[in-house]
Design a protein around this ligand. Structure first.
Ligand code: CUA
Length: 376
């Protein structure tokens, strides 16, 4: 008897300890990141707020049901516990009033959830139909290729991972893939939308009126580096946005070239010829008078296409959010991309030793100088 009590207490202590560890871990993790860039409970668009209202509705209803059920269980367990009775309690199987009641109540609960859910779904569909700007986003393994297609003022701009949009504008995204399924998700702006090979999905929202940077990520397992397929939506003032588009179209500037010690703004180090197999920098010429062809567009492009590197010096991160964009990290990347991001296509072409240290430093200097004043 004594031993049994002790064992029960041990189990109790263990459960308590486990619970305490879980509570502490959850508290510690939630305190880790003050800014919470991937939080879904702090929306900045009307789409995000619609999702939030649905979430709150379901949460509070579920809470009421949860408390009711738990209360019922505890009440029944205590009130009707075995007290040495010899006879069975009254059986209520087939009680019509109860049967009707517990059919109607859940039906009402489901209806209360169903109506706003469907309304929100249609609203989302409508918001994806048109936009002041249309941006095609191609899920690649593992980064995002971004093509601005409408209006004409932005058409033809191709970038990667960092998507600039003007504040207050209505944006329509067309999501495409020519490899596996990805999922485009900006938690503070909108719900997840799958990016499916051979099928175009659309998504739309109105950018917030206040400039800011919003984190996005791939939300569908798509291979080894699924976790490093991040992106950012950068909401600029209309003026900043127009400057960015103009600078992006123009490519390297004379001022940038002078900072590099180059006379010709379109000149590039000879090492960059290797990169041109997959990458592009807008406005750059391989030889005088020979413009580099435009990036082959999206879905028709072979897997070998790499991210467009125009204004790379302005980007916050490298390798789809994996490394902070610094000369040291770019060096690390060029030395051995496979060590940083195993399985990425560039690592099949460049291994440790492919590029000599002086070639790497020439490339780093060239690439980090691809910027416009005040962009980062
Ligand atoms: Cu792309 Cu996960």
């Amino acid at each position: 008897m004594k031993r049994q009590v002790r064992r029960r207490r041990t189990v109790g202590y263990r459960l308590f300890t486990l619970l305490a560890i879980v509570v502490v871990a959850v508290l510690a993790l939630s305190a880790c990141d003050e800014s919470k860039p991937l939080s879904t409970v702090d929306p900045v668009t009307s789409n995000g707020r619609d999702i939030q209202s649905l979430y709150k509705l379901v949460f509070w209803m579920a809470l009421v049901v949860f408390i009711g059920v738990q209360f019922g269980i505890v009440y029944a367990a205590l009130k009707y516990r075995y007290r040495g009775e010899r006879t069975r309690p009254r059986q209520i199987h087939g009680n019509q009033r109860l049967e009707i009641l517990w059919t109607i109540i859940p039906a009402i609960v489901l209806l209360v959830i169903f109506i706003p859910s469907v309304t929100t779904l249609y609203k989302f569909e409508d918001s994806a139909k048109t936009g002041d700007y249309t941006i095609e986003v191609y899920g690649k393994q593992w980064y995002w290729e971004v093509h601005y297609t409408k209006p004409n003022t932005v058409a033809g701009v191709v970038t990667a991972n960092e998507i600039h949009v003007p504040a207050g504008a209505k944006i329509q995204f067309k999501l495409l893939s020519n490899n596996v399924i990805h999922s485009f998700w900006v938690p503070r702006m909108t719900g997840k939308t799958d990016v499916i090979p051979g099928h175009e999905n659309e998504l739309g929202f109105t950018a917030p009126k206040t400039p800011g940077v919003f984190q996005g990520e791939c939300a569908e397992f798509c291979g080894t580096n699924h976790a490093w397929m991040r992106f950012r939506i950068i909401v600029d003032t209309p003026e900043q946005f127009n400057n960015w588009i103009a600078a992006y179209k123009a490519g390297p500037t004379q001022a940038g070239a002078q900072a590099l010690g180059l006379v010709d703004s379109k000149a590039m180090p000879p090492e960059f010829a290797l990169c041109l197999g997959c990458h592009r920098i807008n406005g750059m010429e391989t030889a005088p008078g020979t413009p580099v062809p435009d990036q082959v567009t999206g879905i028709k492009s072979p897997e070998t296409n790499g991210p467009n590197l125009t204004l790379l010096g302005c980007r916050e991160t490298l390798a789809a959010g994996q490394l902070e964009n610094t000369p040291e990290n770019l060096t690390k990347w060029l030395e051995d991309p496979g060590a940083v991001k195993p399985g990425n296509f560039m690592s099949t072409q460049i291994h440790k030793g492919t590029l000599k240290p002086d070639q790497i430093s020439a490339l780093v200097k060239y690439l980090e100088a691809q910027k416009i004043p005040g962009c980062k």
